[in-house]
Write a protein of this length. Sequence first.
Length: 433
Amino acid sequence: MEQDLMQKIVSLCKRRGFIFQSSEIYGGLASTWDYGPLGAELKKNLKEAWWSSNVYDRGDIEGLDASILMHPATWKASGHVAGFTDTLVDCRKCKKRYKAENTDGKKCPECGGELTEARQFNLMLKTHLGSVENESNLIYMRPETAQGIFVNFQNVATAMRRKIPFGIAQIGKAFRNEITTGNFTFRSREFEQMEIEYFVKPGTEDEWYKKWIDERFNWYIKFGIKKENLRKREHAKDEVAHYAKACTDIEYQFPFGWSELEGIANRTDFDLKQHMELSSKDMQYFDDEAKERYVPYVIEPSGGIDRSILAFLVDSYREEQVRGEKRVSLSIHSSLAPIKAAVLPLLKKKPEITKLAKEITADLRGSIKVVYDDTASIGRLYRRQDEIGTPFCITVDVDTLTDKKVTVRDRDTMRQERIEITNLKEYLSRKLT
Ligand code: ATP
């Protein structure tokens, strides 16, 4: 039943242009996905919501957009070259590959064939910079955006004259050669992260760690995720990554079970100290008031755009019976919805009506993402918009020609209101906040 929901989401995403399999015409490329027109809008809206909440609404965070390709020493300093690995085994018979922890170490879980010795597999994707391929120009596709922030800590602090505590936020692609994939976009090999490194004075990190857990938990609720589908899970001591002192995951109850949406880690001064050592550049901060010099501690809220999108889709998916018919809707937060309003003429055959409806659409364009559709009956047109989460449908009918009013229908309540055309923009902008 729950897995059934996942299939419905995958099918809706494909059918309505949210998410397609990458390189589909060639049979696809495993665990890579393309966002279609509606998915691209949703993704852009989600990034804007995150960026606004963190970079604009607070006064203590700066934005950054660092490159994907970084000096290879970065990944030595961060510990990824040595430690970002999975232990793998291969089946000698069917050639399937597994994480060793998912097998008994002897027999293939699927065909019963003999397994190879376990070996370490680095999750970083490699490439070569320049025209020759050799060890000296080997570089990595970043497996996290965080390191781009750490190496720029002094640049940002100096350029923006920042005092601690302050943070640096970044959204960008990351790549991991994941072994276990599946569950649609949940675990992809190319994905996007939204990360903040928040630099604090040593000794204050526990307090900031708690604040950030609550802040990030509440952000998902603010944008519409049901509280009962979210939980915080603190890592056990043996589970915490090598660079961190503590970590709490915000988990979402996906149809395939509770899984991580975002992790909030206390990364201590590990990364800055490591970069200080390998680069021989000073990563200390000078506190003017206290006249002391120190390497800041870091609290890191690190979330995934793709996993969030999946959670927002799953959480907002609704099926109900309306007058004997099944209605599917996405009751997604209006600021995330790909299309904000659809203008629909009630009678396609009357040119005065379609003309006016097109004029209204043109007038709304520029202020909101709006579409015009006259290719089906009104019931069908409503259903199309409900399914993609459009908050408002605006219908133009015969009366509109004389009373200059349109009917505005709310996606969630299906309630309808007559609104003066001249007040429509103001009405929508008030409702869409
Ligand atoms: P997991 O345990 O699920 O592999 P992780 O703990 O390795 O995740 P982090 O390194 O903490 O993940 O990365 C931070 C965030 O980046 C995750 O919370 C997740 O939202 C996102 N993320 C990480 N790996 C992937 C992936 N392969 N596909 C999609 N999103 C990912």
